[in-house]
Design a protein around this ligand. Structure first.
Ligand code: TRP
Length: 352
């Protein structure tokens, strides 16, 4: 029996942080045996906003893979997909771009939020909004059924679902009133994939307000050292005036971290009681939460150290290379099926 496939991934924009862990990484690590997993490094997407920084993108590509391996993504069980080595993805992007109205893409709320957050104004590249269509191709090239992502990616997955339905309807003759789970059984090429959200939809950053994000400077990275973690926790904004004020636990970044990373649940309940009663100061809670995060990250950090330096870089490149053929086997098969449905089966295709 073949396992259903997962595809998900990250754009290489820097090191991964705790928000990535609770949003998606944790699910990826956990689902590796149940699913045939494909984890994609969206290095082509990185060029949509940083085309003039190829060195940075290459560095960040290797960093992401190091973070992945450190948290427990296992290249023996899962396939790592380096986007720029999978030509079928770029080709499918073109075909899918013609199934989506231009304005539909531009209405995508995740794109809009990114334009705002990165202050792209109206000077973003032509390729920038195209990445959302490319993301549909990333997922559908592997005919994935499940996409573990953080909440911010939901709009992209919704667009991908629309593309899958539309392709199956237009080129495979599947009735457009078909239930999502039945498209393939009725002759469609693409399953209509589902997003799988993490256990915490949105991890707050150390500013206590906004989503944890590298660009907002409010992130605790998976590779942060003990003293950095404690320092960042000390700065977490809770809005509480004094140690004897009754504290508010709901919506408090510190307690969101505590419930996400403290193993000792009895102690967590006790801390919440003390805090609400004004019997413990922010400083003490910060220290304890910082220690809990550090205990969680220590083994990840250690594993990552084994991939440090030039030897680590070389090892990562070797792993990525090893996986290219595996990924292309699936993606090329998908492209063949899609082109046949589109009456484009003029092949045979010879890439080398
Ligand atoms: N856009 C995603 C991010 O920035 C990365 C990504 C690219 C992705 N292709 C994907 C995620 C396909 C899930 C599925 O985090």
């Amino acid at each position: 029996m073949t396992k259903p496939r997962i595809l998900t991934g990250d754009t290489p924009t820097g090191r991964l942080h705790l928000g990535h862990w609770v949003g998606s990484l944790e699910n990826r690590v956990r689902l590796q045996d149940e699913y045939d997993c494909y984890f994609l490094i969206a290095n082509m997407h990185a060029f949509t906003t940083r085309a003039e920084k190829p060195d940075d993108i290459r560095r960040d590509t290797l960093e992401i893979v190091k973070d992945w391996i450190a948290v427990g993504i296992d290249p023996e069980r899962s396939t790592l997909v380096l986007q720029t080595e999978i030509p079928a993805i770029a080709e499918l992007t073109w075909y899918f771009a013609m199934l989506l109205p231009f304005n539909r893409v531009m209405r995508n709320p995740t794109l809009k939020a990114e334009i705002e957050a990165k202050d792209l104004g109206d000077h973003y590249s032509f390729g920038f909004p195209l990445y959302a269509v490319g993301q549909c191709a990333d997922i559908l090239a592997f005919r994935a059924e499940l996409v573990p992502v953080g909440e911010d990616q939901e709009a992209h997955i919704e667009m991908c679902r629309e593309v899958a339905r539309r392709f199956n309807h237009v080129y495979c003759g599947v009735d457009s009133t078909t239930k999502d789970e039945d498209y393939v059984a009725k002759g469609g090429v693409f399953p209509v994939p589902k997003a799988k959200l993490g256990r915490i939809a949105r991890l707050v950053g150390t500013d206590g307000k906004q989503k944890m994000s590298k660009s907002l400077n409010n992130a605790i990275f998976l590779s942060d050292e003990t003293n950095e973690i404690l320092k960042k926790c000390k700065k977490v904004v809770t809005g509480r005036q004094s140690a004897t004020d009754p504290g508010v636990v709901e919506g408090n970044a510190l307690f969101q971290y505590a419930s996400a990373f403290m193993k000792d649940t009895a102690r967590l309940a006790e801390l919440e009681q003390l805090y609400k009663a004004g019997q413990i100061g922010d400083g003490a809670v910060k220290e304890e939460v910082g220690r809990a995060i550090d205990a969680f990250l220590a083994p990840i950090r250690d594993k990552r150290k084994s991939l440090d330096g030039k030897a680590g870089d070389e090892r990562v490149v070797e792993i990525l290379r090893d996986h290219i053929a595996r990924a292309n086997r699936v993606a090329e098969e998908t492209l063949r099926m899609a082109k046949a449905a589109m009456k484009l089966d003029f092949g045979p295709r010879q890439l080398q």
